[in-house]
Design a protein around this ligand. Structure first.
Ligand SMILES: *[C@@H]1O[C@H](CO)[C@@H](O)[C@H](O)[C@H]1NC(C)=O
Ligand SMILES: *[C@@H]1O[C@H](CO)[C@@H](O)[C@H](O)[C@H]1NC(C)=O
Ligand SMILES: *[C@@H]1O[C@H](CO)[C@@H](O)[C@H](O)[C@H]1NC(C)=O
Ligand SMILES: *[C@@H]1O[C@H](CO)[C@@H](O)[C@H](O)[C@H]1NC(C)=O
Ligand SMILES: *[C@@H]1O[C@H](CO)[C@@H](O)[C@H](O)[C@H]1NC(C)=O
Ligand SMILES: *[C@@H]1O[C@H](CO)[C@@H](O)[C@H](O)[C@H]1NC(C)=O
Ligand SMILES: *[C@@H]1O[C@H](CO)[C@@H](O)[C@H](O)[C@H]1NC(C)=O
Ligand SMILES: *[C@@H]1O[C@H](CO)[C@@H](O)[C@H](O)[C@H]1NC(C)=O
Length: 301
């Protein structure tokens, strides 16, 4: 009996030991939460809010699907800041209110699951260097409350190419209504991706401040390229040359078509000339013949 008891206790001990060993092997160390942030593994959410952060914490827990880094001082989002392979499941990224002035080309790469991107309330002046390529699941993009002056073809083409993107917010930016905004206005007119596009309005120039982008007239954007005088002159010389050549060709054509008439006319002129000349000749001969002169003088007498 005591032997069996000891056997049972030994088995239990072994079981516990095994459990502990296996447990140690399989369970990962509790995922660390970056010091300035609040993490909820259950909600798969990390929030780093109003912490004066100047960079994205490098040690984000691997479960994160919703990342809020708002009200900090990132200023620049460098390439690779968010491209850790473990962010492959990141679905919501909120970078609102970070005084962001630039987002480098590779900063948003490798986020294939991203659906919602909030870049609102920052200081972005342009998106020329920002790449949205590869965000194949992106549904909403918030760029309101920035300092955007214009969107270029490159950016517009990227957005057109994102299959899931259906909501872009562009309100409260500083759109500059000069010639460069034509492409953006054309895109705006045909796009159904932009939230409240009727409300977007010019901030500059002063003359157009408050004017709705959709109601801009091309003629107001002063797009005519100034033509320098020499080239204008050159153009007019070429034009003059062409006109003269045309007139010449028409003249030759008329001559050709009318060649019989002209021949006849020439003959007429020749005949007329001959008659005239003969008349002269005759009178000359009369004057020159002394007998006749005498005759005429005699007759006078
Ligand atoms: C952030 O900076 C401001 C001013 O520099 C300071 O007043 C505030 O306490 C700081 N916040 C944190 C969370 O450190
Ligand atoms: C992002 O954070 C800002 C500030 O906290 C908030 O107003 C906004 O609704 C958030 N955006 C999303 C998509 O959650
Ligand atoms: C915009 O960001 C600034 C600076 O982070 C913050 O003080 C302000 O509350 C934010 N505004 C909104 C509407 O979230
Ligand atoms: C975009 O962010 C601004 C705050 O900056 C908010 O007022 C607006 O509702 C957001 N737009 C969308 C579509 O979430
Ligand atoms: C864009 O990138 C170019 C070269 O990479 C750089 O010279 C320029 O300053 C950048 N522009 C902005 C607004 O970041
Ligand atoms: C932008 O694209 C449109 C057509 O998609 C083209 O007509 C226009 O010339 C382009 N603008 C620039 C500045 O390349
Ligand atoms: C813009 O053009 C439309 C038609 O082309 C015209 O009716 C309208 O008056 C113009 N607006 C301004 C401010 O010139
Ligand atoms: C366009 O040019 C005309 C004449 O140069 C000027 O009076 C007008 O203010 C300009 N318009 C804008 C919107 O700059």
């Amino acid at each position: 009996m005591p032997g069996r008891e000891a056997e049972r206790r030994g088995a239990l001990c072994l079981g516990l030991l095994l459990h502990a060993l296996l447990g140690c092997g399989s369970a990962q160390p509790p995922a660390a939460c970056p010091a300035p942030c609040e993490c909820s593994e259950a909600a798969k959410t990390v929030k780093c809010v109003n912490r004066n952060l100047t960079e994205v914490p490098p040690d984000l827990p691997p479960y994160v699907r919703n990342l809020f880094i708002t009200g900090n001082r990132l200023a620049l989002l460098p390439a690779g800041a968010l491209s850790a392979p473990r962010l492959a499941e990141l679905g919501t990224l909120n970078l609102s209110g970070n005084h962001l002035r630039a987002v480098e080309a590779g900063a948003l790469a490798a986020l294939p699951a991203l659906r919602h991107l909030d870049l609102s309330n920052n200081s972005l002046v342009g998106l020329r260097n920002v790449s949205f390529q590869g965000l194949v699941r992106l549904q909403s993009l918030n760029l309101s409350d920035n300092s955007l002056g214009v969107l270029r073809n490159g950016t517009l083409a990227q957005w057109r190419g994102l299959p899931a993107l259906r909501s872009i917010s562009l309100g409260r930016n500083t759109w500059v209504c000069d010639c460069a905004i034509e492409d953006m206005v054309a895109w705006l007119k045909e796009s159904d991706q932009v939230e409240g596009k009727e409300a977007l309005s010019c901030a500059f120039p002063e003359k157009l401040a408050g004017r709705a982008l959709l109601k801009l007239n091309t003629s107001e954007l002063n797009c005519s390229t100034p033509v320098d005088v020499p080239s204008q002159l050159q153009t007019s010389y070429v034009f003059l040359g062409i006109v003269l050549a045309l007139i010449g060709a028409i003249f030759l054509l008329v001559l050709y078509l009318n060649r019989k008439g002209i021949k006849k006319w020439m003959h007429n002129i020749r005949d007329a000339c001959r008659d005239h000349m003969e008349g002269y000749h005759y009178r000359y001969e009369i004057n020159a013949d002394p007998r006749l002169t005498n005759l005429s003088s005699n007759s006078d007498v």
